[in-house]
Write a protein that binds this ligand. Structure first.
Ligand code: SF4
Length: 684
């Protein structure tokens, strides 16, 4: 028996370290590493059963070639040599006829590690001149918004929360989506912090907080403006801090005059008295910490929401205090210390190549205007049929007979059903990677615990073999995984001092050497153009955008505003094919307020049709006071609706671009709910 250290590679801020007990080449047990200071030996409900995923009978273990109609998911086994030779031949013909831009990658956070997510793939496809993908469905909008105000999408080390005395969890269901951060929130609470949750839904986190502020979706920036109105009016501004380290204060004062709590109350759906109280508590209790996450982002005004909320800790000078300011993703901190350019090698990319946004995959596949049209789609680490907006349009595109689709994955996913080739991918315990967390400052080395199952290949090895099949010989396309990881760690950044490949191999993880008591903006030094916090932004004005914080274009429409969220048993679209998780998640449901349910003639337990101009799904109605009137909530990630049909909540969501940052206003969807008589239908 040997025990191998590794780390979870899922799209999750926690990046848990784990141990795998292996006997005779078979993984017998996978469990949390008790020595990891942040994740402390626990995994989540999904990953506790990770080995069921590794050894699942439906796992793709050999290359498969389509043997039926598109979408039928009928395949025949072929060899890697045959598959790669055919792909190379098809791609050479496409490049000769239409140019390499006709080949489009679609990948995302299916494997979150620096080399399996983005290394040889970027080098090969970039050097070929294939279309580039703007991977901005999640996180990019928040970072782009926050950057306008403070020059970065990140903030303090989240572990510093224990020093906070006023914590605002804003648009984040921490208990479900950031499990290992919750004990630190509790610790802050034990030390006297007040925990406030701002969320349109009464989540489990909201229920556990000291105060739940149940805002209307998409009105977060309006609330922040009203708070700033109170802070300015009542002279709660840290004038010394603002005078030294911010620009545009006078213009901001002028702007917030128009956002008194009384005027904003109806917009945000809160009593003016609550807004007053929130603003005063926040401004007068230091250190105060904002934790704004995904909930603010997926609106058409998502970037402006972050830009505006980001002004609050500047006005109050919260950045001066240990545990004060704002804590968001640590992605930028981790990637700033690693030598990522050495891994991705942007210098070999063909310049001037078009960039397609991942949210537009459906429309781009169906487009008659796009030149060249997409002739081949290569999907890896992603399942766009489930995770991208406008599912029906994506299906229409994937059904194109003239589209050559390749999917590299562990399972025949919803996207893979439409593929010409499905190629077997390794699980996290079968490949090497370095996993920087976006929820804390630990780096983890994921060591392979078992050999790749069947003929599965890691992403890096797949792209090395594809490069060889294409006749490429440049050494940078064949660099080993270990060599790339060593190079990433050799950046010379002081936060990596002493963190070597050998040490990570032995110990599994290490915390970046951030200085004790590090407070990034205690003395200004913002990474903006002016070097100060930009309450007024000249670069925004130059870009034709509002230079001041604003409420933005708050979504409105007919019917109910649809908010979606993660559920306990699926990780994006992962685990939805596993019986244990599928059973626990149950049938697709929609939660409505009792008033909205009554008005539509539907009741608890009814099967209903949820519909809008994009599509429809069937769901079981839950009547709940967790949601505000006018708002509906559905979980995402599943691939069957309540009728057993292959459609999910993204049949209802738009690709509508966000204000800036390249995201999608997924929460700008409005739906109607109508009763349907119950008719049991088999799985489609
Ligand atoms: S999904 Fe998140 S919480 Fe679950 S094991 Fe992975 S990193 Fe930990």
């Amino acid at each position: 028996m040997s025990t191998i250290r590794g780390a979870c590679g899922h799209d999750c801020p926690d990046t848990c370290s784990w141990m795998v007990d292996v006997r005779d080449g078979v993984a017998e047990k996978l469990y949390g590493d008790p020595d990891h200071p942040f994740t402390r030996g626990t995994l989540c409900a999904k990953v506790n059963h990770y080995l069921e995923r590794v050894y699942h009978p439906d796992r793709v273990l050999h290359p498969l070639k389509r043997a039926g109609r598109k979408g039928e998911a009928r395949f025949e086994r072929v060899s890697w040599d045959e598959a790669l030779a055919d792909i190379a031949t098809r791609w050479r013909a496409i490049v000769a006829e239409s140019g390499a831009e006709a080949i489009v990658p679609h990948s995302s956070a299916g494997v979150q590690g620096i080399i399996q997510q983005a290394s040889i793939d970027r080098r090969l496809l970039g050097s070929m001149g294939c279309s580039r993908l703007e991977r901005s469905i999640c996180g990019a909008v928040a970072a782009a918004g926050l950057k306008v105000t403070i020059g970065t999408g990140t903030g303090i080390d989240p572990e510093e929360i224990v020093h906070s005395r006023y914590v605002v969890l804003w648009g984040t269901n921490t208990i479900i989506t950031n499990l290992h951060f919750w004990p630190l929130v509790r610790e802050a609470q034990r030390r006297g912090a007040r925990i406030v949750v701002v969320d349109p839904i009464r989540t489990r986190t909201a229920e556990a907080a000291d105060w739940h502020i149940q805002i209307k979706p998409g009105s977060d920036a309006a609330l922040a403006l009203a708070m700033m109105h109170v802070i300015v009016r009542d002279d709660l501004v840290d004038r010394d801090y603002v005078g030294k380290y911010a620009v545009g204060y006078d213009a901001l004062v002028e702007r917030v005059q128009h956002y008194s709590p009384e005027r904003v109350a109806a917009t945000v759906g809160l009593p003016a008295g609550d807004i007053e109280r929130f603003a005063r508590e926040y401004a007068t209790t230091q250190p105060s910490l904002l934790r704004p996450l995904i909930g603010l982002e997926h609106h058409r005004n998502g970037a402006m929401q972050f830009r505006t909320v980001g002004c609050l800790p500047v006005l109050t000078g919260a950045w001066k205090y240990r545990g004060g300011g704002l804590a968001r993703s640590t992605h930028a901190l981790q990637f700033a210390v690693l030598a990522m350019d050495r891994v991705e090698m942007p210098e070999v990319y063909t310049p001037g190549v078009r960039v397609l946004n991942m949210r537009d995959i459906g429309n781009d596949l169906c487009s008659r205007e796009l030149q060249p049209p997409i002739r081949s789609l290569l999907v890896y680490g992603a399942n766009p049929m489930i995770s991208m907006p406008n599912q029906n349009r994506i299906r229409e595109g994937l059904l194109r007979e003239d589209l050559f689709t390749i999917v590299h994955d562990l399972f025949v996913t919803e996207t893979a059903r439409y593929a010409d080739y499905v190629l077997p991918a390794t699980s996290q315990i079968e490949h090497l990677d370095l996993s920087p967390a976006w929820g804390h400052l630990y780096l983890a080395l994921n060591r392979p615990a078992i050999a790749p199952r069947g003929e599965s290949l890691s992403n890096t090895e797949f792209f090395r073999r594809l490069a060889a099949a294409l006749g490429r010989t440049e050494p940078y396309l064949f660099e080993s995984d270990e060599s790339m990881l060593r190079a990433a760690l050799a950046s010379g950044h002081p936060w990596l001092d002493g963190i070597t490949y050998e040490r990570l191999w032995e110990e599994g993880n290490a915390r970046l050497n951030r200085p004790e008591g590090w407070m990034p903006f205690a003395n200004g030094r913002y990474a903006t153009r002016s070097g100060k916090a930009e309450l007024y932004s000249e670069p925004q004005r130059e870009a034709g955008l509002d230079p001041l914080p604003a409420a933005g274009d708050i979504p409105s429409g007919d019917g109910l505003q649809l908010i979606t969220g993660k559920q306990l048993h699926y990780l994006n679209s992962g685990y939805n094919n596993q019986e244990r998780h599928h059973r626990r998640a149950g049938r697709l449901f929609i939660e409505l307020h009792a008033d909205d349910a009554r008005r539509r003639g539907v009741a608890e337990g009814d099967l209903v049709t949820v519909q809008n101009a994009y599509g429809q799904v069937r769901a079981v109605c839950r009547v709940s006071d967790r949601v505000r009137p006018g708002v509906a909530w559905m979980p995402f990630g599943g691939f069957l609706d309540a009728d057993g049909m292959r459609r999910s909540v993204n049949a209802l969501t738009p690709e509508e671009p966000t204000d800036w940052g390249g995201g999608s206003g997924l929460y700008s969807a409005f739906i109607e709910v109508v009763p349907v008589p119950f008719v049991a239908t088999p799985s489609a």
